[in-house]
Write a protein that binds this ligand. Structure first.
Ligand code: LLP
Length: 432
């Protein structure tokens, strides 16, 4: 919930400039009501609409202990992809039975952690992992509930770094008969494995549902093949996330229901015509849940006009708190939070403060007049920003603040310079 009242941008009932003054900049700001409304939209239009469906939040988009609590309260499962994400979930008392554990290269330590914690589902990415997991579960006297992540061979229409469903992918098991069927057979026979079904994730920031429909079709053929070959009924199908959001004018995001209705419709009709029981369906969006619920506040610093070329406005953050423009040429919109109602009649390039020419946040953006000290708000930065932050040039990571109505809470503290050196060790012979 972000709106302009008078000269100011508000986050719920608090002025953005007041947040900047209280917590400093750069600052990640998350609106609790916006986050909750994205979650409840999925609840109302998917979880409450269909039987045998579940939704997970893909925590890689933004994971903090407070976010875990909100996701849990709203009745979601949680997708984690590493020991660190799993640890954070448990630290925030998330029920382990509702964890979906992903990863294309899970270590023995991570698999053991998943078994010890009792996570609900492990999504097995490759055949080697299957055999390691089965041996570990057997040794521990446990049964691991698994899905296979399959590579459906569908190319999503998005940046190639975030397309994952095409045949040549580091994710998932190829649908080659000689690879997938022996794995399935092993999973069915192994006493240490409870084989629930399949998972696919075809890519991220998608605006059309055709690739989800195509992948669903591929999954149903596989479910049918498993039934015919092994008389084994697949119980679950996880269709991943990928629902796009609005970053800039011209982006055409669709509500989650546009994707989920299409998946459910195609699944129900395909299962019917193939004589299959419709499996329980999971979805696991990340970006569409947190992306538009977050903004980043920066303070404008050096302003440099290069005659006849452009004006650079440098902010006090950059690629260390948002790598997406540098990595994916991602586009964003921004305003001057303390002059939000003024006309956007000056075109500038917002750059960061890292020693890197590619550290440009937004190129050639029409903005309100900017002076040093102004607070600049960049929109739709809830997903994959804090989550991908780095310490390049030894910049401490910004704080994350949650705004609920007229209250604000620092849910991740700003890093200090001491934090930056807290893991450094000087061997005795180098001591000053
Ligand atoms: N499930 C799986 C297995 C995934 O790999 C992903 C994202 C998701 C769910 C959630 O996708 P979403 O709904 O957020 O699109 N760093 C990139 C995005 C990488 C996404 C990786 N996997 C970015 O900043 O655009």
């Amino acid at each position: 919930m972000f709106e302009i009242k008078g000269h100011d941008l508000y986050v719920e009932q608090i002025k953005a400039v007041d947040l900047a003054a209280q917590y400093g900049t750069p600052l990640y700001v998350l609106s609790e009501s916006s986050l909750r409304s994205n979650l409840s939209d999925i609840k109302a239009n998917f979880m409450d609409k269909y039987e045998q469906v579940q939704a997970a939040y893909a925590s890689k988009a933004l994971l903090t202990s407070a976010v875990v609590r909100i996701v849990e309260q709203e009745g979601f499962h949680l997708d984690v992809v590493s020991g660190g994400e799993l640890y954070t979930a448990r630290h925030a008392s998330f029920p382990m039975a509702k964890i979906i554990f992903h990863g294309n290269n899970k270590s023995d330590e991570e698999l053991q952690m998943a078994l010890d914690y009792g996570v609900g589902r492990i999504v097995v990415d490759n055949v080697g992992e299957l055999h390691r997991l089965a041996a570990m579960a057997e040794k521990a006297g446990k049964t691991a509930k698994i899905l296979f992540r399959i590579t459906p061979g569908i190319k999503a229409g998005t940046h190639h770094y975030i397309a994952t469903g095409q045949k040549d992918s580091k994710f998932g098991i190829a649908l080659d008969e000689s690879i997938i069927f022996p794995a399935i057979e092993f999973a069915i026979q192994s006493k240490a494995i409870d084989f629930l079904g399949f998972h696919f994730h075809i890519g991220s920031q998608l605006f059309t549902n055709d690739t989800h429909i195509a992948a669903t079709k591929v999954a149903v053929s596989l479910i049918k093949a498993v039934k015919d070959r092994y008389q084994y009924e697949i119980r679950e199908l996880n269709t991943g996330g990928g629902y796009g959001i609005k970053y800039v004018e011209g982006d055409t995001p669709k509500p989650a229901a546009y994707f989920t209705d299409a998946i459910m419709e195609s699944l129900e009709s395909l299962c019917k015509s193939e004589g299959l029981l419709r499996p329980t369906v999971f979805i696991e969006p990340g970006r569409s849940i947190v992306g538009e619920a977050g903004i980043t506040l920066y303070k404008a610093g050096a302003i440099k006009t290069i005659p006849n070329i452009r004006t650079y406005v440098a902010v006090d953050g950059g690629m260390t708190d948002n790598i997406r423009p540098a990595l994916y040429q991602a586009k964003y919109e921004a305003i001057v939070a303390n002059r939000a109602d003024a006309p956007s009649d000056e075109t500038v390039t917002l750059c960061g403060k890292c020693c890197e020419s590619g550290d440009i946040l937004i190129e050639h953006i029409p903005m309100q007049h900017i002076e040093a000290g102004d607070i600049i708000a960049v929109f739709s930065t809830g997903a994959y920003t804090y989550a991908m932050a780095s310490h390049y040039n030894k910049h401490p990571n910004p704080a994350v603040v949650l705004v609920s109505g007229d209250q604000s809470y620092e849910i991740v503290k700003r890093e200090t310079y001491e934090d930056l050196v807290s893991k450094d060790v000087i061997p005795a012979h180098l001591k000053a």
